[in-house]
Ligand binder design. Structure first.
Ligand code: HEM
Length: 287
């Protein structure tokens, strides 16, 4: 809903006077998210009384400071939780939906992922399989699955358009002059589908393009592959997001068969790139 502020020059006044339905909705939804964040924080704060109970989660890491004066205030912690929720939740969820959409159309890619996961983590049918089989290091070895996630994000970047606001006058490398206050937008969506950048088969889903001939992952330039932004403000959660996607694919694809129900690839227009309508799939557990 907050994206409705972008084209509205009066959004600050509308926020102050709560004069539009969008601003009223933002206020009530922000209150729900605040309550959620404060609830998690107070639960973790109770755990700090018993240091052994502090888990490995991010919030516990912020609370687990040797010097109590270094522990962030409750409001700072609320902002940290909100940052992770806003930056990391819908982006990763959209990426997973679009990955499943591409996989439903490319069963040979699913077979390759399962073969890789079986080889690296062990077969899900084996007695030896445990949480450790999907450890951080093991997931890091899933090179083909990594390429699948990168390729899905090339075609369906969770942030399809990103904008920057010039504080001072500047000149871009191609000589374009930027006035102070100007808004510059770039589109990872258009860049990801550009034949100039990716070749004639730019619209095809081909995880192999993210790998070299020896099967190692290629790291395309951030200025060609811009799904995670680039430079100093590159996404801080890139590694976490790719790890989450790989782990989810590894655990689910070994155990369930996913059949797409004919989604036509439509989008909703929001800050991120959700599917319109959502993705229906038939899911069957392998016996
Ligand atoms: C597939 C998933 C994700 C995608 C495609 C993605 C994409 C992006 C993009 C394009 C930006 C730049 C936004 C801007 O220009 O201001 C960004 C920033 C950021 N992302 Fe992500 N993100 C993902 C997941 C995550 C996750 C899981 C986290 C953390 C839990 C995260 C944390 C951040 C943070 C903190 C920033 C701000 C960095 C800064 O401004 O210095 N992201 N992300």
């Amino acid at each position: 809903m907050s994206h409705k502020r972008f084209p509205d020059p009066f959004w600050k006044a509308n926020r102050l006077f709560q004069s539009t339905a969008a601003e009223r909705e933002i206020k009530s939804e922000a209150a729900i998210m605040d309550d959620f964040a404060y609830k998690i924080i107070s639960e973790r704060r109770r755990d700090t009384d018993n240091a052994e109970k502090l888990g490995p989660d991010l919030l516990s890491r912020f609370l687990d400071c040797k010097d109590p004066k270094d522990v962030p205030s409750t409001k700072e912690l609320r902002d940290i939780v909100m940052n992770f929720l806003l930056a990391g939740r819908d982006t990763t969820a959209c990426a997973l939906s679009w990955t499943m959409y591409e996989l439903a159309k490319n069963p040979e890619v699913v077979a390759k992922i399962i073969a890789e996961v079986d080889a690296v983590c062990g077969s899900s049918k084996s007695d030896k399989i445990s949480e450790e089989s999907y450890s951080y290091d093991k997931i890091g070895e899933l090179k083909y699955t990594h390429a699948v996630a990168m390729e899905a994000l090339r075609l369906h970047p969770s942030v399809p358009v990103d904008s920057k606001f010039a504080v001072n006058a500047d000149t871009l490398p191609d000589g374009t002059f930027i006035n102070p206050g100007a808004v510059i937008s770039y589109s990872p969506y258009a860049m990801g589908r550009s034949e100039e950048l990716w070749g004639k088969d730019a619209l095809e889903f081909k995880p192999e393009r993210m790998m070299d001939e020896e099967g190692n992952n290629l790291e395309p330039s951030q200025y060609k592959y811009s799904a995670f932004n680039g430079g100093y403000r590159i996404c801080l959660g890139k590694g976490l997001a790719l790890m989450e996607i790989k782990l989810t694919l590894a655990v689910l694809l070994q155990r369930f068969d996913f059949e797409g129900c004919g989604h036509e690839g439509g989008y909703q227009s929001t800050l991120v790139l959700p599917m319109d309508p959502g993705l229906d799939m038939k899911v069957r557990k392998y016996v």
